[in-house]
Design a protein around this ligand. Structure first.
Ligand SMILES: [Fe+2]
Length: 125
């Protein structure tokens, strides 16, 4: 049984999918079950993977992380930053060399953010 917005990865080919609609079936890729990516979290002031959410004049800014900047190298980088604002999902895809941050030109009250590091997985802030 899946849950909406869960993220699954294929350990063989690297496919990553996000669930948009819950189902009872098991997600399979390359002939084996995909691995659920657990949402990790930690102290945002010290852990460089935790998304740090700020409201700015331009909208909602998310940095990875608050005080220590996450690397954006070819072998280790933030692939995307996603925010859920009042039931709407927004995602910024990133590439090596980019800043590990995203600005979403929106307003809202209930904001959560997630990011996916290609080495250290899924983090929530
Ligand atoms: Fe990382």
């Amino acid at each position: 049984m899946t849950e909406k917005l869960q993220v699954y990865k294929c350990e063989i080919c690297g496919n990553i999918v996000e669930v948009l609609h819950t189902g009872v079936g098991e997600l399979v890729c390359c002939g084996q079950p995909m691995t659920l990516q657990e949402e990790k979290t930690d102290d945002v002031t010290t852990e460089k993977h935790v998304p740090y959410i700020e409201k700015t004049d331009d909208g909602v800014k998310v940095r990875i992380g608050q005080n220590a900047t996450h690397p954006m190298e070819q072998k280790h980088y933030i692939e995307w930053i996603e925010i859920i604002v009042d039931g709407k999902a927004y995602r910024q895809f990133l590439n090596p060399g980019d800043a590990p941050e995203a600005v979403f030109a929106i307003e809202g009250q209930n904001i959560t953010a997630r990011e996916y590091c290609n080495v250290h997985g899924l983090w929530k802030g």
